[in-house]
Design a protein around this ligand. Structure first.
Ligand SMILES: C[S@@+](CC[C@H](N)C(=O)[O-])C[C@H]1O[C@@H](n2cnc3c(N)ncnc32)[C@H](O)[C@@H]1O
Length: 201
């Protein structure tokens, strides 16, 4: 089979460093995503262990910190993203910043929040990621957030697919507690996002 060098480059921090060195990042909303904010706002236990993988400038992480969540972990392997996050959220505890490759971490969390992280990877890699996310969750832990509901038809991020594809990939590991069109997406993503709560089986 022909090797696709573009796909190889994608799980490589250099790809993302180059993006963070541009004046704007297309995915960066500049504030916490409203459906995720609404989800966070109804959480009562501020002590749960929460991971935001591929957190970028970390708007969700900052929001969690501001709401008093005590065990929030920021993860991103881009040096530039980590730097921008720290500027953005200077009071965030240093020992909760994980400047690591997602595939190399192995502690457990009660909640993993999804905001344009899965879309960094082509669907061919999703089964491996679904398994990894499941391994990173405590028993009954949740993977929650947003997924685009359509294929962008390109060989570079964002990658996305149909709801049926997400069912195929995640059902082996998760119970689908919620999986529906988001009603509170930002305008440019309106009608294009699925809000989901997947619980580890
Ligand atoms: C599309 S950006 C999303 C950033 C942020 N979630 C947002 O919505 O603004 C994807 C992020 O995932 C990070 N990333 C990609 N692959 C990664 C990996 N294997 N380990 C850790 N971070 C990764 C990139 O550095 C980038 O910051």
């Amino acid at each position: 089979m022909k090797k696709d060098n573009n796909l190889f480059k994608i799980n490589n921090p250099t790809y993302w460093e180059e993006k963070y060195n541009l004046p704007k990042q297309g995915w960066d909303m500049g504030y916490v995503s409203p459906p995720i904010k609404a989800y966070i706002d109804q959480l009562e236990d501020k002590k749960i262990q929460i991971l935001v993988p591929g957190a970028g400038k970390g708007w969700e992480v900052k929001y969690l910190l501001d709401q008093g969540f005590e065990n929030v972990f920021y993860l991103d392997f881009s040096v530039e993203a980590v730097k921008k996050f720290k500027e953005n959220c200077p009071t965030f505890p240093e020992d909760h910043v994980m400047p690591n490759d997602f595939f190399l971490i192995n502690r457990q969390f009660d909640l993993i929040l999804e905001q344009t992280f899965l879309s960094s990877f082509p669907p061919i890699n999703w089964p491996e990621i679904a398994k990894k996310i499941s391994n990173l969750l405590t028993s009954g832990g949740k993977y929650t957030g947003l997924l685009f509901n359509h294929d962008f038809g390109q060989k570079y991020p964002p990658f996305a697919d149909t709801p049926e594809k997400y069912v195929e990939v995640f059902q082996p590991y998760f119970l689908f507690k919620k999986f529906e069109d988001a009603y509170n997406s930002i305008k440019p993503r309106d009608g294009r996002e699925l809000f989901f709560i997947f619980q580890k089986k």
